[in-house]
Design a protein around this ligand. Sequence first.
Ligand SMILES: [Zn+2]
Length: 111
Amino acid sequence: MNSGKFDDRRAALLALREELEGLAATNAQDRKIVELDQQSVGRLSRMDALQGQAMAQETMRRRALELKRIEAALARIEDDEYGYCAKCGEEIVSARLDLDPMAALCAGCAR
Ligand SMILES: [Zn+2]
């Protein structure tokens, strides 16, 4: 069973996941607001609208990727593999995990 060593990390990852899922849920609403703005501003070109759409898609893509990394990190915690480099097996320094709690590689292997 889990030692509980990474309870704080797990809590942080769960909070992050919740936040991302919340953002994804409000995404449709955001898009509606953008559409309304475009109608009222009028001078916004089709290019701007397309660029905005591409950016929204990119944001969604990045969120989905982030969620996957969070899920993977949570799975590593469950498997007692969290905090160790997936490549060389060395312990990942906590400063690195502070920066990126989903880090699966040590600084050396990630380079
Ligand atoms: Zn490594």
